[in-house]
Design a protein around this ligand. Structure first.
Ligand SMILES: [Zn+2]
Length: 504
């Protein structure tokens, strides 16, 4: 299978080049669903997270950081303790457990969402579905398995948060005081934990992962009176509505105004959130032709969601993959937490009326975008030339620039050090002084570094250096004093030829 070969090459590339290691901890055999970011992977993830912060901030969102471990009453209120569960079957021989719905879906086209427990067991028996591990039969029993990771604090039951969203709702009164009026929006970038049953999709499904979730608190009466919508209503998004899916139509670029007119999207505020979510992924460098925004069919929606759409990215490894969800959670969360905490989680309108705010959520993580960038921009080793390349968009590349002294002698490294210090004021700088210059260019291309700067004997005399572009492999000579300024322009998308004549 093409996909399997791709995954094999890809995996060996990201491990050996220092992007992602795992399953972690490798020396103890590794546990599925846990990964570590190596030096390049962590830089890439930082770039992705910085992009997320920049976009949310410039749209008026503010960032919070809440605890990742919370008492179980919170999860009782949120509904997670009761509903965040999967039905599993156990192998009668090797005792491995599997999600019943996934087993069925992997062996047939049957839709499991509407099946009753009895039907699930009967289906597995009748179709002779065996344990994928040891090929034995399953026990004739459907068990319930909680996805919550449990712990204990001061002798009381606590759980690790399975999402950042819930933790964001808890300080509602404080936030309401801080922002003084609704609507307001906050987000968290932080870890969440899910006891996934048998995760096999690398960073796409982890047991510990980083979420980036934004919550907008809004008066339900304001949902269709949303000023920011006017500026973006003519923007076209690749919408894959439930109507399109049911009629087996293709994805269409539809303007938000039309989508609202045809009732695909219910409110202007929701449409704006969908647009913002899409901008997040475009800003990270995910190509637009690889994205679609798919509306959930009725049976797919989470228990709290009134409307839900996912941004999906078409990966080389796993095909269309959910990378972001936009949900109208209505007043579900604040109502529940008001009930369980016995606090009034209400806001007040100008006329003194009290009401429970609605919540619009943009929920994604930063692991999937990092995986998507690696998956989409990794180009396999050219057998003849022996080089792989990571053609990630320049603005999101792990390191911005690499500095090479041509030789490890004659004061070239000292000069290169100075150039490096100068660049480090503004950029993430890599430094490499071993091997031939050609080898070093190759290594930089594998790391995705957009520009390489070489210090040679001419540099010592004229206080200049060469700068080489990753994709065109062209170079020009520039004064070191202009370096930071020119590099800023280059990383913003300007062409190298604007700053000098190509040499070689
Ligand atoms: Zn088995």
């Amino acid at each position: 299978m093409k996909n399997e070969q791709f995954l094999k090459d890809f995996n060996s590339f990201i491990q050996s080049k220092g992007f992602v290691y795992g399953p972690f901890p490798e020396i103890y055999g590794g546990v599925a669903g846990f990964y570590a970011y190596g030096p390049l992977g962590k830089l890439l993830k930082n770039k992705v997270e910085n992009s997320v912060r920049r976009i949310f901030f410039s749209n008026g969102f503010r960032e919070l950081e809440c605890p990742t471990v919370l008492p179980d009453i919170v999860w009782e209120a949120s509904g997670h303790l009761n509903t965040f569960k999967e039905k599993i079957v156990e192998c009668s021989k090797c005792k491995s457990i599997f999600r019943a719905d996934k087993l069925i879906e992997e062996s047939s086209d049957v839709e499991t969402a509407v099946m009753k427990e009895k039907e699930v067991l009967e289906f597995i028996k009748k179709n002779k579905i065996k344990c994928p591990g040891c090929k034995s039969d399953f026990k004739d029993e459907l068990k319930t398995y909680s996805l919550m990771m449990k712990t204990e604090v001061a002798g009381k039951p606590f759980s690790l948060r399975p999402e950042t969203a819930t933790a964001t709702y808890l300080p509602f009164e404080r936030l309401n005081e801080f922002f003084r009026k609704l609507p307001f929006a906050v987000f968290q970038i932080g870890k969440a934990y899910r006891n996934e049953i048998s995760p096999r999709q690398h960073l796409i499904r982890c047991r510990e992962f980083t979420q980036a979730e934004a919550q907008m608190f809004i008066d339900p009466k304001e949902k269709n009176n949303w000023e920011k919508y006017e500026a973006i209503k003519n923007e076209k998004l690749p919408l894959y509505t439930s109507h399109h899916q049911e009629k087996q139509l293709k994805v269409e670029n539809i303007s938000l105004e039309l989508a609202i007119k045809h009732n695909h999207i219910k409110s202007k505020a929701y449409a704006w959130c969908l647009y913002l979510a899409y901008r997040q992924f475009v800003s990270m460098g995910i190509p637009e032709e690889r994205m679609r925004i798919r509306q959930h069919l009725q049976h797919e929606r989470a228990f709290y969601a009134d409307d839900a759409w996912d941004i999906e990215v078409n990966l080389n490894s796993f095909g269309w993959t959910e990378c972001c969800g936009v949900h109208d959670r209505t007043d579900y969360d604040l109502k529940k937490h008001a009930e369980f905490s016995k606090k009034s989680l209400e806001a007040t309108r100008e006329n003194g009326e009290k009401y429970i705010p609605h919540i619009l959520e943009i929920a994604f993580g930063t692991d999937r975008p990092v995986f998507a960038l690696m998956d989409l921009f990794y180009e396999k080793k050219d057998e003849k030339e022996g080089k792989s390349i990571f053609k990630v968009p320049y603005h999101i590349a792990p390191a911005d620039v690499a500095v090479f002294p041509l030789m490890k002698k004659d004061k070239l490294p000292d000069f290169a050090d100075k150039v490096k210090a100068l660049l480090e004021r503004d950029f993430i700088v890599d430094y490499d002084e071993t091997g031939s210059i050609g080898r070093r260019y190759l290594r930089a291309a594998e790391a995705g570094t957009p520009y390489c700067i070489t210090i040679d004997y001419g540099s010592l005399k004229d206080d200049d250096c060469t700068i080489r572009d990753r994709d065109s492999e062209k170079q020009i000579r520039i004064k070191t004093k202009d370096l930071n300024n020119i590099l800023k322009h280059l990383l913003a998308g300007e062409n190298l030829s604007k700053f000098g004549t190509f040499i070689n």
